[in-house]
Design a protein around this ligand. Sequence first.
Ligand code: SF4
Length: 186
Amino acid sequence: MGLKDLMSKPGEMLGDMAQVANLDSVIQWGKSYSLWPYPFATACCGIEYMSTSCSDYDIARFGAERPSFSPRQADMILVLGTITYKMAPVLREIYDQLAEPKYVISVGACASSGGMFHTYGVLQGIDRILPVDVYVPGCPPRPEALLDAVIKLQEKVKSQGLENRRQEVMRKIQEINERNRPLVVR
Ligand code: SF4
């Protein structure tokens, strides 16, 4: 079998020890196991994240154990808790500063929908300002649910090329900007 034939069959095993892969899938695979989280914790869901990072649940098994509090050294923001309208521009600014390609996990009812805080001061879901990739249900979600979200995100990272990622984010940001456009009454 020639090299050209081999490259057209990614995933093919060569004996017991080697497998054919294209460069993109190897990079995506590596990326999926080196997600660096930025925990944006504003309320009780943050405690669940702390538990997920500790030895019982051990998020390090998925390569995401290295939290960063500098957005330029992180590529996955975990929004953990209630987001008020006052905080929303700060959250968006931090998202804009994350390293590309970047991902968003919305953890818990408050981040995903405002939760029980159906009030004038609370953002009713961070997808009004950020392109969310995975939602984690619950109040609070169990650490297992957060790990499940990381696994789901890993599957997405593995299967999505850079160009598709760019297009998805652009489409979602365009929708968000359109939804947030000020209403002008003439
Ligand atoms: S979803 Fe529940 S546990 Fe999480 S921040 Fe809101 S009130 Fe707290």
